[in-house]
Design a binder for this molecule. Structure first.
Ligand SMILES: Nc1ncnc2c1ncn2[C@@H]1O[C@H](COP(=O)(O)OP(=O)(O)OP(=O)(O)O)[C@@H](O)[C@H]1O
Ligand SMILES: [Mg+2]
Length: 374
C-alpha cells in the first residue's frame, strides 16, 4: 500500500509547482504539474474509504480538468484559486433552512438542552445578562446515523436567526489538502465579525480526527483548536455546533472544556417519536380502515428516523402501482408494511449500537471519576 503521508506531500508539491508555473505564465509546466497532482490525488482517493474516497476522486477529476484548460483560458488567470474562494462564500451564504424544532420527533430533553444553550441566548440576551449566564462555546451532537442530527442543526439555524455557517468535515479535508488551515482560519474570522453566528461542522470526525497518525490531520486539528480558543472561546456570540456518528474518532482535545464541551447524545427514536414520524409520513395518504399504526410502531424498534422515512416510502410502492394500473384509489395496509419490513432491516446494527452504549458509559464513568476526585 502506498504511504498516504508521502502521497499527500507529493500532491502538495505538484500543486504548489503548478500554481507557481501558472502565475509566471509557464502554462506547459503548470499543466504538467497539475496533471501529476491530479494523478496523485487519484492514488490518495484509492486508499481512502467511504465518502472521503468519493470526494477525493471528484477532487482529482477537477484538477485534471483544470490542467486541460490551462493555456486555453489565459484570461481566467485566477480560476483555480477561485474554486476555493467560492467554497468559502458558500458556507458564508448558507441558506437558512425551513425546518422547525416542532418537525423534529421526540428528543424532548435534547431540545430543551439545545434551547438553553444555543437558542435562548440569542433570543433573550437581556435575560441571560440578568442571570449572568455564560454563553458561547460548543455543543457536539452525536449518535447513530439517521437520527436527526443534521436536521436538528438546521432547525437551530431556522429558530435562532443568527448567521449560520454550515461546513462538512469531509469537504474541508478533501478539497484543500494542505490548505485547510487557511480556510478554517478565514471561516472563523468571518463568523467572528457577525453580531451572532453559529458555525456548524457536520461529519466532525473527518475534520477533527485523533492526532498522531496523519500529519495533515494533525495540522488541521491544531489549527482548529487554536481558532476555537482564540475566537469561539472568547466571543460569547459565536457558538459552535458539531455533529458526528463516530464520536470515538474525534480527538479528545476537541471536546475539552471551553471547546465542544457539551456532548449531547441523539439516540434512536423511542415509540412516541416513531409514532410521530409514521403519522407524519402517512399524513393524507389513503390507508385501509383497520390500518394499525401502533402495530408498526412496535415493529420498528431500532429503526432510525431516516429508516422510518424510507420504510413508509417503500410501503406505498405496491398500492401506488396498483392504483395506476387500475386507475383507482388503492389503500395502504399493514400488510404492505409487513412485506417491506421483511426485506428492510434497521440500518443501525446492534453491534454499532453497543459501540455507542460503551462510549456513553465511558463518558459517564469519566464524570463519576471526576466527582470522586473532588
Ligand atoms: N427525530 C427525527 N424527527 C423527524 N425526522 C427525522 C428524525 N430523525 C431522522 N429524521 C428523518 O431522517 C432524515 C435524515 O436525518 P439526518 O440527516 O438529520 O440524520 P443524521 O443524524 O444527521 O445522520 P448521519 O449521522 O448519517 O449524518 C431527516 O431528513 C428526517 O427526514
Ligand atoms: Mg447528518
Amino acid at each position: 500500500m502506498e504511504d498516504i503521508e508521502l502521497l499527500n506531500s507529493t500532491f502538495e508539491l505538484y500543486m504548489q509547482k503548478g500554481k507557481e508555473a501558472k502565475e509566471k505564465g509557464n502554462y506547459a509546466l503548470a499543466k504538467r504539474n497539475f496533471m501529476l497532482a491530479g494523478e496523485t490525488m487519484m492514488k490518495i482517493a484509492k486508499v481512502s474509504q467511504g465518502k472521503l474516497k468519493e470526494v477525493r476522486l471528484n477532487r482529482a477529476k477537477r484538477i485534471v480538468e483544470l490542467s486541460d484548460r490551462i493555456g486555453t483560458e489565459k484570461e481566467k488567470k485566477k480560476e483555480d484559486a477561485s474554486d476555493e474562494d467560492d467554497e468559502v462564500k458558500k458556507w458564508q451564504q448558507a441558506e437558512i433552512p425551513n425546518i422547525h424544532f416542532s418537525d423534529v420527533a421526540g428528543l424532548d430533553e435534547v431540545k430543551k438542552a439545545i434551547k438553553i444553550r444555543m437558542i435562548n441566548p440569542f433570543l433573550y440576551p437581556d435575560k441571560y445578562k440578568l442571570y449572568n449566564k455564560k454563553t458561547g462555546g460548543g455543543v457536539l451532537l452525536y449518535g447513530p446515523p439517521g437520527t436527526g442530527k443534521t436536521m436538528i442543526a438546521k432547525a437551530i439555524a431556522c429558530e435562532v436567526g443568527a448567521k449560520f455557517y454550515a461546513v462538512k468535515g469531509s469537504d474541508i479535508v478533501s478539497k484543500w489538502v494542505g490548505e485547510s488551515e487557511k480556510n478554517i482560519n478565514s471561516l472563523f474570522e468571518e463568523a467572528n465579525k457577525q453580531d451572532r453566528a453559529i458555525i456548524f461542522i457536520d461529519e466532525m470526525d473527518s475534520l477533527l480526527g485523533k492526532r498522531g497518525q496523519d500529519i495533515h490531520n494533525d495540522k488541521r486539528v491544531n489549527e482548529f483548536l487554536q481558532q476555537i480558543d482564540g475566537f469561539a472561546g472568547r466571543n460569547p456570540n459565536l457558538l459552535l455546533l458539531g455533529a458526528t456518528n463516530r464520536p470515538w474518532d474525534i480527538d479528545t482535545a476537541a471536546t475539552r472544556s471551553g471547546r465542544f464541551s457539551q456532548k449531547i447524545y441523539i439516540p434512536l427514536p423511542d415509540e412516541k417519536a416513531r409514532k410521530f414520524m409514521l403519522e407524519k409520513n402517512m399524513k393524507n395518504v389513503p390507508v385501509s380502515k383497520n390500518f394499525d399504526i401502533d402495530k408498526i410502531v412496535k415493529q420498528t424498534e431500532l429503526y432510525s428516523g431516516a429508516d422510518i422515512e424510507e420504510l413508509c416510502d417503500r410501503a406505498k410502492d405496491e398500492p401506488l402501482l396498483k392504483a395506476i394500473e387500475t386507475d383507482s384509489v388503492v389503500e395502504v395496509t399493514n400488510k404492505d408494511f409487513d412485506n417491506i419490513l421483511k426485506i428492510f432491516p434497521p440500518s443501525v446494527t446492534e453491534s454499532e449500537l453497543k459501540k455507542f452504549e460503551e462510549y456513553n458509559n465511558d463518558i459517564d464513568s469519566l464524570i463519576k471519576n471526576k466527582r470522586k476526585k473532588k
